[in-house]
Structures are given as C-alpha cells and as structure tokens.
Design a protein around this ligand. Structure first.
Ligand code: DGL
Length: 265
C-alpha cells in the first residue's frame, strides 16, 4: 500500500534544509513542502493572529494531502502553535524549536547565543526551554529580522559582501557578549550558517536542530523502507500560498532542493 506523505510548513523557504535531511533519512516517502508566502514573515506577528494563520493553513493542508505527519519547519510557528495543533488533530506534529538542550551541553563558558525571530526570542515557550535545559547558562538573544527577509528574498541574487553586511549586527552583538555557542533558532538561518561560522570564528560552535528534528520524524511515522522503492518514485512537491509571488524566485530553490512545483494551495 502506498504510504501517506509528510507535510512540511514554513513561512517561506526556511524549512528546506530540514526537508533535505528528511528526504535522505526517508527515501521512500513522498514529501509536500508548503511555503506560506501569503503570510510571510511569521516573526513579529502577535500570538493570536499567528495561531489563526497556522491553524487555517494546516486545516487546508490536511484536507488536500491527508498526510501521515506534519513538520512545523519553523521555530516561530512551533513555539506558538505546536501544543494547540497537537490537541486539535490526531496525527503527529514534529516541531522545530531552538536547540537549547544541545547548546547547554556544548557550552564551556556558559554563555549561549540565540539567533531567532522577534516572536521566538520573546516567547514563553523559549523561556521555558531555557529554564528547563539551560538554567545554569546565560542566554543572550538577538532577533535577526533582516536576515529572514534577506534569505527569503535576496540570498541567491546577492554576493558574499552583502551577506556579510546583513549578518554583521548579529555577529557584533554575539562577539561582544562572548558567547561560545550559538543556537540557530530560525530555520531560515541555516542558509547562512557557513558565513556566520566564518564571521564568528572557530571558537564559537553553531547548533541547529536538523538532526534532532529529522530523527524524531523518522520515529513518529510508520516504518518505511530504508531504500527508495523500485515500484514507487518518491515525489517532493513545493506549494505556496497566496497569488502575489515571483515564481522565478522559487526556481533556484526548487532546483537546489530537487522539488517540483505544485502551485498554490
Ligand atoms: N523560518 C521561521 C522560523 O524558523 C521564521 C521566518 C519568519 O519570520 O517568517 O522561525
């Protein structure tokens, strides 16, 4: 019997590095990637409106694709909506939240940086993660609002000088705070991880949640063959919301992540 797909949701392209690893771990599975372009960005939105937006789009996605599980491939949406989504729907939801525990295990000097959206930085769920897993550390937070927009809209049209310029305020802040470990608390930031690493220097470790999230996904869905099936070619389809978008902007992402265009949801 054909297995049901897994849906990934983010406000934009941020969740694609997570999807890439999920495809590697679950090669016989179909994946649907949903970029909520209509409501981009999620960061900075108030909790109630973001909850409404995410519940609405998840409702539509469940009707359209009947997935076995959903990955909320967005820290902002996860910290705000994960528990209510789990309560409402009877399928597994895997969240992407700041990797506070691995960061606390990694730090030597006890000073950790958190680079995330404004909503994630201020959210009570984030505070709870810090209290539960890093109570003996000092966590210095920076909201990288401009970085999100840069990755979503300009990354592949920009040169490395421009990328460095966009990251500079965050890097200056974290250097001043003397962090030795940085949590990438927004999926969009995975795209600039290498540049951040160069700018922060080898004494700072950068922690993301790709491995943890995809391992968790593999656990919650029904077992599937480790190798692609000869009888089924896995499909990786990219959908967006809304009707005001520049299709050419997405082509480069589709190519890089080997997805086919599904249209609008
Ligand atoms: N990629 C999202 C996250 O992980 C947020 C981007 C946005 O502000 O929409 O938080």
């Amino acid at each position: 019997m054909k297995s049901k797909p897994v849906v990934f949701l983010d406000s934009g392209v941020g969740g694609l590095p997570y999807l890439l690893e999920a495809k590697r771990k679950l090669p016989s599975r179909d994946f649907i990637y949903l970029a909520d372009n209509k409501n981009f960005p999620y960061g900075g939105r108030d909790i109630l409106s973001l909850k409404k937006i995410v519940h609405e789009i998840i409702g539509k996605a469940l009707n359209a694709f009947d997935p076995e599980a959903v990955v909320i491939a967005c820290n902002t949406a996860s910290v705000v909506t994960l528990s209510s989504l789990r309560q409402k729907y009877g399928i597994p939801f895997v969240g992407v939240v700041p990797a506070v525990k691995p960061a606390a295990e990694n730090t030597k000097n006890g000073i950790i940086g958190l680079l995330a959206t404004e909503t994630t930085v201020k959210n009570i769920y984030t505070d709870t993660l810090i209290r539960d897993f890093a109570s003996d550390c000092s966590v210095r937070k920076f909201a990288g609002v401009k970085i999100v927009d840069f990755v979503e809209n300009q990354l592949y049209q920009s040169n490395s000088m421009r990328t460095t310029k966009i990251l500079q305020p965050a890097v200056t802040f974290f250097k001043k705070e003397k962090i030795d470990t940085l949590i990438l608390g927004c999926t969009h930031f995975l795209f600039v991880k290498d540049t951040l690493k160069k700018m922060l220097g080898s004494q700072v470790s950068i922690i993301d949640s790709v491995e943890g999230v995809t391992t968790q996904l593999k656990k919650v869905i029904s077992s599937c063959p480790e190798k692609p099936l000869e009888t089924h070619r896995s499909r990786y389809t990219f959908y967006i919301t809304g009707n005001r978008f520049d299709r050419s902007k997405y082509d480069v992402f589709l190519q890089k992540f080997e997805l086919v265009w599904g249209g609008t949801l």
